[in-house]
Design a protein around this ligand. Sequence first.
Ligand code: C5P
Length: 286
Amino acid sequence: MKTLTVPAYAKINLSLDVLGKQESGYHDLKMVMQSVSLCDRVTLTLDEAETLTLSTNLGFLPVDEKNIAVIAARAFARHTGKSVEHLSIRIDKRIPVCAGTAGGSSDGAAVLRGLNELMETGLSLTELAKIGEEVGSDVPYCVLGGTALAEGRGEVLTPLTPLEPCHILLCKPPFPISTPELFHAIDSVRLRCRPDTQGLMEALERKDLHGVAMRMFNVFEQALQPKRLQTVEEIKNVMIQRGALGACMSGSGPTVFGIFREQETAQAAANELRQNYADTFVTVPV
Ligand code: C5P
């Protein structure tokens, strides 16, 4: 029996712009991505089992071929010729589900990275990211992690200067948002404001944390239903009033994040937000 546990890190979008729609129906994006220390644990075990199995600590998640971890294992098998029939996958989830923080995509990416190690297939991260394109739009980024520009459908990746050390507070409002539905909604919104992605990347290069934080911007906030936008704005306000350098919604939401210089300040804001929002986490960039 061989077993391996790998972390599957959550991500935030320091900025997110939707540039247009491809003929495929997918959207052209421009996003600055950052992985954070909040993570699921993905344990892969090769044993005598007869079929691929998946278990998780959350009863409501699918454990069949619909789960992105199984989709990733199947894609890995197709590309390498290795069998995954004797594989058991265990996911201990801590990243909130349907939250705009790539919880599912990071599990898929962890399966690809983990199987590569466990089965000694020697693929590079770039090769694994390429396989990840078949699994989901955010999976290639989750394979690489760190600070990166993601373009195209999300699969065209350019590593960026790492974000300066800081504390990133995540707070998820108590409603899920369907990613396809928000993409659909944004098609009929005339975007009033766009992020200064170039300025944000230059601030990263200068190691100017304040310059990054003041340019954080996500166009999806303009496509939210008014009540949901109000909740997002309220959380951002608490973060700013509690000393965040900037605050923004991540991905297709609804998780809001704020950037803090000091851990104590981030913790104080977390303590206040946790009174209303259980899914609140203080993290660091990874
Ligand atoms: O690739 P993934 O399965 O994660 O995408 C989920 C959904 O999000 C897609 O079916 C599509 O509706 C939307 N999407 C999009 N453009 C992207 C990424 C995702 O329209 N670049």
